[in-house]
Design a protein around this ligand. Sequence first.
Ligand code: FAD
Ligand code: DLZ
Ligand code: SF4
Length: 507
Amino acid sequence: MTVLRFVLGDQLDRKISSLKDIDPDADVVLMAEVADEATYVPHHPKKIALILSAMRHFAAELEREGVRVHYVRLDDGANTGSFTGELKRAIERLEPDRVVVTEPGEWRVEQDMKAWEKALGVPVEIRADDRFLCSREEFRDWADGRKQLRMEHFYREMRKRTGILMDGDKPVGGDWNYDEQNRKALPKRIATPDFDGADPDDVTAEVLALVADRFAGNFGDLEGFRFPVTRQDALQLLDRFIERGLGRFGDYQDAMAVGEPFLFHSLVSPALNIGLLRPREVLERIEAAYHDKGAPLNAVEGFIRQILGWREYVRGIYWLRMPEYADTNALGADRPLPDFFWTAETDMRCLAEVIDQTRREAYAHHIQRLMVTGCFALLIGADPDDVNEWYLAVYADAFEWVQLPNTHGMVLHADGGYLGSKPYAASGKYIDRMSDYCSGCRYDVKDTEGDNACPFNSLYWHFLDRHAERLRGNRRMAMIYKTWERFDEERRAAILKRAEHVLETLT
Ligand code: FAD
Ligand code: DLZ
Ligand code: SF4
């Protein structure tokens, strides 16, 4: 009895459900590098290199263990370019009795997967992805009957359910959330840890050459590749974070600085999302750092909230609401994303910094994604499809289950407030408070309507004004609408005129 076990590029975990009961003497693991996955958006070359190199390392580890791996390379002449095509070829060649696979991270792939059994004439068992702490069904049950879904409620439930950072039935320290202690601006002189990943080995070097050859035209630099591509490298990255980043993660979680792409962030999302690290083990190590190493509670809780709260919450929403979630556009946004998102050529220093950093590193931390590129896209009314494509392409950690709710829900309010209670709209004042970007910018962050005024300022009011009907009734936005209405008519007109000018010059 031969079982063919198909492992996808973001399922590189020896404990993945599709490998659980593997019989190395009889079964075969299929892994396939396919053009469809490399091209459905123009991925950053570092992201493609990460996935292909990690896949090749994972296959080698399985082989060292004595498992037979049927591995298809991207440059294999017979490669059909799709998951379905490669599964079909493997079935013809290996004649398995059945196929076992773990459910994928993306809705479009799941549609294909569900059709395999009928199309290929072999039983296909699709197993749940139990790397997550909340299953799709558990999330559905939690959401069922609730008028509003809020991350904070879900997060508390997950803390209780898992016992993570709990003292009996109470949260450690007495409070559930130390968000208010996560908003310090960065002091002028502060040393940040390096992102000193391992040098590429021969496997990675070969992949880098392949990617350079095939994807040279994609947005993004390939030089300086240092993402972890094995579980061992990923565990080292996590240790590095616990030793050198975690202590200050809490204080400076929302800070941004020129020339500091990583600050005190963990950089674990690519490894987590492709399976090199398991969320539960990351949470346990972070909690242990609180109990055993004296890591500060605002950092530990803040970090745990991101993984046990936000990461699980957005995944739950994705599977609950797909496929219609991807088509939501509550604010009727339809402006093409400005070209400078793909070139970094803009005088707005905050955007130039974040986009250029993204091009170099395939990385930006959360506040850069949310409050710089994301906020700008929201304020100008950028088309959600364009925004999704950009975020899905440019970050090494981007997979639709996590990217889409963050863009549609958190950033663009395209879901009409399903994920978050209000849009994260902000003027340049926020960026000025949380970064040093404005000091070197040609625009004046203190000015709103003048010729040199920071574009974020007028766009902020323009956004509020054009969506007043929808947003004025939101309790959390009442104050800001009162401020807008207190401006005299002349000032309001001047601000809107400046915003119109900014919008006209975008394209
Ligand atoms: P840290 O700051 O060290 O945080 C620790 C971990 O918490 C992250 O590794 C991640 O796993 C988790 N996390 C933090 N915030 C979120 C969140 N909002 N949603 C889900 N998980 C979170 N994250 C992705 O993994 N893939 C994406 O495609 C992605 N797209 C995003 C798009 C937008 C518009 C925004 C605003 C956020 C997006 N995020 C995404 C969330 C977040 O920005 C990244 O997880 C984080 O920047 C990764 O860097 P890090 O590992 O250093 O994170
Ligand atoms: C993102 C990606 C890329 C670029 N290439 C591959 C690949 O060649 N083979 C593979 O199995 N997976 C790849 N992936 C990850 C898939 O896109 C991902 O597994 C699905 O979208 C399901 O989440
Ligand atoms: Fe960005 Fe405005 Fe600051 Fe310039 S002044 S960096 S555009 S927020």
